[in-house]
Structure formats: C-alpha cells, structure tokens
Design a protein around this ligand. Structure first.
Ligand code: NAD
Length: 479
C-alpha cells in the first residue's frame, strides 16, 4: 500500500520535542506516512508575516491535505492573527472533535469513568465574525446557522459514533430561546438521527446539559453542538476529565484535516525533555484513523494505554504511590515503543474500524427549496426619545403599509408598551401590508424614502419572510 503524505509542523516551545516523540512512535509502529515539514509560528510571525505561516506552506497543505501540527507561541503584542483560526477558515475545517477521557486510577480525576467526545461545529454561529456597531449604545454580532452546516456536523457526529463503537449521540442547543437558529440545528439533528436507529439519540437544552456534563459526564457519550457552546464546553469537558495535558483534537473538513494537542507551547518547559507528548500523540492517533490506518492507530493507542497503566509517567501526571517511574519526553516515547503489541489490562482497550477517510463530504440537503413570500419589513432606527413619540412619527410615514409594533432590544414598546421597559437609541419598527398581502421591494424602498425624508436615521432593514407559509422570523417579547 502506498504511503500517505502528511504535512508536519514542529511548532514552538515544547512543540519540537513532543513532535519528535510522536513521530518516533509512529515510525516504529510502521505508520505508512511520508512527511513534508513546514515552519509555522513564532519565527514566521517575527519575520513580519502576521499570519504565522508562509505562503509556500499552503502548497504543502494543499498537496497532502493532512496536517499534524505542534503547538506554537503567538508573540506578545497586537497585529498577529491566530494561526488556528486562519487554518480552520482557509481549509474549511468545519468539525472539531475532542475526546475527553479519564484514565483512572492512573491519572487523578473527579470523574473516573468519564469518556465523552465533544463534536463542535467550527465555522458558523456567532463565530462568523460579522459584528456591527449600530448606534452609540448598541453592538450586534450576527449568529448565522445554515441547514447544510447543521446537517454536515450532525452527520459527522453520528458517523463518528458508528465508527468508534459509541452508543449514543446527544445534541446541545438553546432552541427554547433561539427558535430559528438553534431550532434548525436541533431539527437537523432529529432528522439525521432517524437514519441511525442503532444509536440512541437525545437533545438537552445547553444550560442544563452543561450542568449535567460537569456533574455526571458518564451520562454522555458523543455530544454535538454549535460553535460557541462547543468552544466553551470542550474546554470544560477536557478539564473535568482531569487530563488537559493528555487531550488531542481533530479539525476536519471536506478536503482537509488538522490534528493537534489541545494545550499550548508551554515555553517554560521547552528544551528540557520534560513535556508530556500525549496530547499531540493522541491527535496523531486520530490522524491515523482519518487516513485509513486504523491498524496502526489501534497498535500505538493500546501501547500508550499500557504505558500509562504501567505507571510510566511524565512529571505533569506523576503522583507518588500511583506512578512507578518519572520519565522525560523521549523516555516516555521509548516506553510506548517497547509496548507495541501490548494491550491495557484495566483501562478500556482502543478499537478502531478500517474505512476510507471520514469527511462528511457528499452531504446534501434533499429538501426542495421552500416557497418564499416577503410579508413585511423590520426597519432598524438610531433615534433618541420616547416610544409613543416615535410611534406617532412611524405611523405617519407608513403609507401603504401598516406599523405593527416598535420594539427595543427585542421587547415591544409600542403600541401599549410597558413604562418600565428600558429603551435607548436602538429601535425596530415592524411593518406589514395593510391587507396581509405580500410586500414588494418597491413598497420597502418607498417606506425607507419616507423615513429618510422625515429625518430619521435608519441603520438597517430585515425582510420578514414566510417559507412555505411558515413565519421565518420571531415575534418581539410582548407582541
Ligand atoms: P499552555 O497549554 O502552553 O500551558 C499551560 C500549562 O500547562 C503550563 O503550566 C504548562 O507547563 C503546562 N503544559 C502544557 N502542555 C504540557 C505538556 N505537554 N506537558 C507538560 N506540561 C504541559 O498554555 P499557555 O501557557 O497559556 O500558553 C503558552 C503559549 O502557547 C502561548 O503563546 C499561547 O498563545 C500558545 N498556545 C498555542 C496553542 C496552539 O498552538 N494550538 C494553544 C494554546 C496556547
């Protein structure tokens, strides 16, 4: 079988040592890989490249499509772009996969049986980075969630569960509040779950789900969630497993994938043969599965579990009475190599299934495009004053449309607002056709012309649309 080319970056701080240890284990285990090395991180940043990666390095990544990356140091001071964000966005790495596992009784943990995998959507949600200051007092961050994005990540989570002998997939959202965005994620989850009848599935509201995860992680197996919740809860889950220094992570896209440790470059530990290479090593195990070398992944992972069980520990997990031998980075890697072919006796054995690279590619929404009718418009205004005064002005400019409500930060303030509601300089005036008929672009432009003529400062509009007759917008509180 031909070797698989991969791109490797040794990174900064402890990066080079843990990468060397990881590659030593893979080589001794017979991993069928050809390595292309690129330089990223501090030196590249300090050469004046604000992205921390040279243009030529992208050529290697485009060629191999697989990136094993050691942690880097981001120099202090402004102007340096996050290499992780750049890589994720450039390569379209939509899924972040983070197994959070306890290794009790060998590594101290509050949750001895914890074995949870967090699958985080990596591209959408509030992280699209679309923010605007709309008025002196109000900022906006757009939360964008697409059906294709939801289907892709949810299917990835279910496929991951099948391949890794997992029993249940849980979805976390806040769709009791964000009915359209998180509602779409939940809906896609419910639909795709029906294609996997052998797996249990469930949905939790993210707040109580997070509390349950922190308290009783054994209740969960694979958890899939939108970007923001996943960002926060993947750190919480890794921390409560007790093994932040041991956790690896995969970032997967349709064409590319990146594997790494979740920790940083630990500069104070650099160059002393002290660092624990396990996080990067476990990232490389996910890489082996991804490139279709489940046999090698299983071999090295089981040897690693046996090493942990045998009490051969680096300083960060060494504990008197539990550990047997305190070793350095190189010696730890050698201990794993010496155990190739062995299996753990207490800890759960690693088992991976052969299969082609799992990318989630080929996912398409089978739904026919719904019929869209524009039935109204929200006009956002920057204005100071009392709701009833604004109401009178906005009634006057309504023309062939009807003013339905005015709201401030999502709470109705006109007509019949509550005097206790705090208002500011940000208002949303909702208009619809007087007879409930569809509203044309010309009507909206006419309305905006009258608003401008009245000297009012509109800052944006949002069309109100029905899709197959169903409202594609929410009502304001109190409407
Ligand atoms: P860190 O993860 O590097 O270190 C946190 C603590 O954990 C330190 O006490 C460190 O000694 C210890 N530690 C981390 N990894 C270890 C290992 N493998 N073995 C033993 N001990 C380990 O976080 P930090 O100190 O906040 O950040 C240091 C640098 O890393 C910063 O420049 C930061 O920007 C960068 N960073 C990079 C990445 C990445 O490249 N993916 C991620 C996080 C932080």
């Amino acid at each position: 079988m031909a070797n698989t080319p991969i791109t490797v970056a040794h990174g900064d701080g402890i990066g080079p040592e843990i990468m060397e240890a990881t590659l030593h284990i893979l080589k001794e285990a017979g991993a069928r890989i050809d390595i292309e090395t690129i330089e990223i991180g501090e030196k590249v940043y300090l050469r004046g490249n604000s992205a921390g990666i040279d243009p030529s390095s992208w050529d290697s990544l485009r060629r191999t499509k697989v990136f094993l990356k050691a942690p880097i140091t981001t120099p202090q001071g402004g102007g340096f772009k996050s290499l992780n964000v750049t890589t994720r966005k450039t390569l379209g790495l939509y899924a972040n996969v983070r197994p959070c596992v306890a290794y009790h009784p060998y590594v101290d943990t509050l949750h001895p049986k914890m074995d949870v995998v967090i699958v985080r959507e990596n591209e959408e949600d509030l992280y699209a980075g679309i923010e605007h200051q709309q008025t002196a007092q109000v900022m906006q961050c757009l939360k964008l969630i697409s059906r294709a994005g939801c289907e892709r990540i949810v299917r990835y989570a279910f496929e991951y569960a099948v391949r890794n002998n997992r029993k249940k997939v849980t979805c976390f959202t806040k769709d009791n509040i964000m009915k359209l965005t998180d509602g779409l994620f939940h809906k896609a989850f419910d639909e795709i779950a029906t294609e996997y009848p052998a797996l249990e599935n469930e949905h939790w509201i993210v707040d109580i789900g997070a509390a349950k995860l922190a308290d009783s992680p054994n209740a969960f197996d694979v958890i899939v969630m939108p970007n923001l919740y996943g960002d926060i809860l993947s750190d919480v889950a890794a921390q409560i497993a007790g093994s932040v220094g041991l956790a690896g992570s995969a970032n997967i896209g349709s064409n590319y994938a990146m594997f790494e440790a979740i920790h940083g470059s630990a500069p104070r530990r650099a160059g002393q043969n002290l660092a624990n290479p396990s996080g990067l090593f476990l990232g490389s195990v996910m890489m082996l599965v991804h490139i279709g070398q489940a046999d090698i992944a299983q071999l090295v992972h089981n040897a690693w579990l046996r090493t942990i069980e045998d009490g051969i520990h680096t300083y960060d997990i060494f504990a008197e009475g539990v550990s047997k031998e305190k070793v350095g980075t190189r010696e730890f890697a050698q201990a794993i190599v010496a155990r190739l072919g062995q299996k753990p006796q207490i800890l759960k054995e690693a088992a991976y299934q052969e299969g082609p690279p799992q990318s989630g590619a080929g996912v398409t929404s089978s739904k026919a495009a719904p019929k869209k009718d524009t039935v109204g418009v929200d006009v956002f205004l920057d204005w100071q004053g009392q709701p009833n005064d604004l109401g009178a002005m906005m009634e006057k400019v309504a023309g062939d449309l009807q003013l339905i409500t005015i709201s401030s930060r999502g709470v109705k303030v006109y007509p019949g607002g509550n005097p206790e509601t705090m208002t500011g300089d940000h208002w949303i005036c909702r208009y619809a056709d007087k007879d409930g008929k569809p509203v044309s672009h010309a009507q909206i432009i006419g309305l905006l012309g009258r608003v401008a003529d009245a000297g009012l400062d509109f800052i944006k509009t949002e069309n109100l649309c029905n899709f197959d007759g169903k409202a594609g917008y929410t009502l304001s509180q109190g409407q």
